[in-house]
Design a protein around this ligand. Sequence first.
Ligand code: CIR
Length: 262
Amino acid sequence: MRVFDFDHAIVREPGRSVVNGLRSDPLSVPDFEPLRAEHAAYVAALGRAGLAVEILPPLEAYPDSMFVEDPALVMPEGAILLRPGAPSRVGEVAEMRETLHGRFEIVLELQGDENADGGDILVTPHAIFIGMSARTNRAGAEALVAILRGMGRNACVVKTPPPILHFKTAVSLLSEDTVLATRQMATSGLFAEFRTLVVPDGEEAAANALRVNHAVLIGDGFPRTRELLDCEGFNVETLPVAEIGKLDAGLSCMSLRWRKRG
Ligand code: CIR
């Protein structure tokens, strides 16, 4: 089983409050209806890729709650409830707890001052990279390494290069030995053991791609990245991301994905 082989996903519909979501540019306000359409297109793409998708209801109290990747990490071995580093997002964890207990035998949790966002966690075949960032602190990253080791996984703490929001904003796994990365991430030395495809200048946001089973999902509006991946023989599907992009989000953020053991 490859780390991007999935048969299940959890997503959450955006509430109208999503227009008040966190963002680095206060002037970039998304429009609700097109954003909802982007979410629907994403859910449909996961379905086409072969995943059974559970759709959770919107949570108006948590504007960023459609980005379900951040409050939890899920794997065949079990789930980990994280503690998002943004105060406005901490309550999303409690909203995910029951769902995960219903789906996983093992559900562990970060505690106290341990902060980590799922967007800072990149799962690769031999190592799980945990990027310290404005959202993921050292206590959170080290606690995760210990939990993951207990699950039999090798994990390491690295740095998310500022000013990017999350580690995976700038890098994604395309195949077992290949990553797609921004130039900044590609030259960080972290991916020396991977074949690294660099997103063309001006298309940095394309680095948050998502490999699911046979498909590589990328945002539309990145024609040169698409060409690069097409030439490399990937089965690329483009999805609209203009509105979620205004909230500093990309394609990995909108789902929790895993493959059931068995
Ligand atoms: C936030 O700032 O938390 C949201 N507006 C965007 C979260 C994106 N999540 C991700 O990259 N995993």
